[in-house]
Design a protein around this ligand. Structure first.
Ligand SMILES: Nc1nc2c(ncn2[C@@H]2O[C@H](COP(=O)(O)OP(=O)(O)O)[C@@H](O)[C@H]2O)c(=O)[nH]1
Ligand SMILES: [Mg+2]
Length: 440
């Protein structure tokens, strides 16, 4: 996610490190940052405004004469990124005593139907009574898609034979009122390109049901187009928020940096996969931290809270810090980490760690490695698992055979295990964990 932009921007800003900075030099560097933004599909107006603001702030202050110009410039750039993406996270939390109607709009394939279901689940889990309705009457398969998503996830779905979107929306509204729903989510039909008919239809629906929120779904992979899509939809519909989807793919980030500025409506969520749970509240500050390699500790903490068994984690962290941990702990750790997502994406979120990622290279175990490691640990005796130092050459040979790995693989794993332990002892990790203020 955003890797290209991240590497480029950080590479360029590194040029400011430990140097005496002149105005000309800084301006040159900022020009390069602007190009990097354009390459990442940031809209040209947005990129221009961004650089102007940073420049004005640098020149209008005493940063260049200060002792720590680099840090201060990074701080300015960070703040500007946050501003661009919306300053604060906005979590819609309408009161539960009256019906609220959200109309989900966007181009075909942007992810409207999927996000409608994700939103329904997200808000149902928050205690809302939510109803889903599909207004995509043109493609029976589209209605079916939402029905299936609803059925599979125990979400309420509005059924009706009506074939006119506006009438259907009104019926869904009446039904929601009668059955005291808190939230009605209307999934609309999209077109491959913006056209008048589609706009008219979503406008009519908006007026007919008095939708409270008009939420634009934008595929973050569309690059430069994201800004135009946001502009067009906003001019016609006055969107109240947006969701950027497919953030899990190799998006260049331009959408995240442009859509808010162009539409002036907040980015509410990002879609990070095809599954029902793959939606996250959008935090401008966390995104800016990710771009600037400041890590994303807060998201990591959220993930940890969600998936970690807190007591177990506390106990393990204690052991980890004392460098006493054995193979049993290691196996537990691996299993818990697996639940949180790929190790690589987790490492991305730890401040200062992504720079070690290249160094760590293939030392970061992937899913397959983890399965192998698990097999190796499971092939150890109880004694060996709690006393790693017992695992000598002949034992390694036995473990290799038992787990279906080569002796080389076992050796490599043992080496990594020892290295991790050593790293813990040196206290490097200890400080890092302390600074992170983890909840466990
Ligand atoms: N990788 C990924 N795929 C997504 C995401 N959201 C939706 N999709 C996929 O994108 C495709 C189009 O989604 P759909 O909801 O049908 O789009 P719609 O035409 O706007 O309703 C489907 O294959 C979805 O599974 C996301 O956040 N990440
Ligand atoms: Mg759809």
């Amino acid at each position: 996610m955003l890797n290209g932009l991240k590497d480029k921007v950080n590479g360029i800003l590194d040029k400011l490190k430990g140097k005496h900075l002149t105005k000309d030099y800084v301006e040159n560097v900022l020009r390069e940052v602007r190009l990097a933004l354009l390459e990442a599909d940031v809209h040209y107006k947005v990129a221009g405004k961004f650089i102007e603001s940073v420049k004005t702030n640098i020149i209008g202050s005493k940063i260049l004469e200060s002792l720590t110009p680099y840090q201060q410039i990074i701080d300015l750039v960070y703040k500007e990124f946050v501003l661009l993406m919306g300053e604060e996270a906005i979590l819609l939390e309408p009161p539960k005593d009256t019906l609220h109607i959200w109309e989900i709009v966007g181009l075909q394939g942007s992810g409207k139907t999927t996000q409608s279901a994700k939103l329904a689940k997200f808000y149902k889990d928050k205690g809302y009574k939510v109803l889903l309705a599909s207004l995509d009457v043109y493609r029976p398969a589209a209605i079916e898609q939402l029905r299936i998503l609803a059925n599979n996830n125990e979400l309420d779905f509005f059924e009706d034979k009506e074939k006119k979107p506006v009438k259907l929306a009104k019926k869904a509204r009446q039904y929601s009122e009668k059955n005291s729903y808190d939230l009605l989510i209307l999934d609309t039909a999209g077109r491959l390109h913006i056209d008048k008919e589609m706009m008219k239809e979503v406008e009519n629906v908006k007026a007919a049901v008095k939708a409270n929120e008009i939420i634009l779904v934008v595929d973050s992979m569309v690059g430069q187009d994201a800004a135009n899509i946001a502009k067009e939809f906003n001019e016609k519909l006055n969107i109240t928020g947006s969701i950027l989807t497919k953030f899990d793919s190799d998006t260049r980030g331009g959408a995240a940096l442009s859509v808010k500025y162009i539409s002036q409506a907040p980015i509410l969520f990002i879609g990070i996969g095809e599954k029902i749970k793959d939606i996250e509240v959008f935090y401008p500050d966390r995104m800016a931290q990710r771009i600037l390699n400041m890590g994303d500790v807060l998201t990591l903490i959220d993930k940890a809270k969600e998936h970690y068994d807190e007591d177990k984690a506390k106990e393990q962290l204690d052991k980890l810090l004392k460098a006493q941990f054995d193979f049993n702990d290691y196996l537990d750790q691996l299993k818990q980490l697996q639940k949180m997502g790929s190790l690589e994406s987790l490492i991305d979120m730890i401040p200062g760690f992504s720079q070690y990622k290249k160094q760590l290279g293939n030392q970061i175990p992937n899913e397959k490695d983890i399965r192998h490691i698990e097999a190796m640990i499971l092939s150890m005796t109880k004694d060996e698992r709690s006393h790693p130092e017992l695992v000598n050459y002949s034992r390694r040979k036995r473990i290799a055979k038992g787990s279906g790995n080569s002796i080389n693989e076992v050796n490599k794993f043992m080496k990594n295990f020892e290295r991790t332990k050593k790293m813990m002892k040196k206290g490097k990790m200890k400080n890092m964990f302390k600074n992170m203020n983890l909840p466990f």
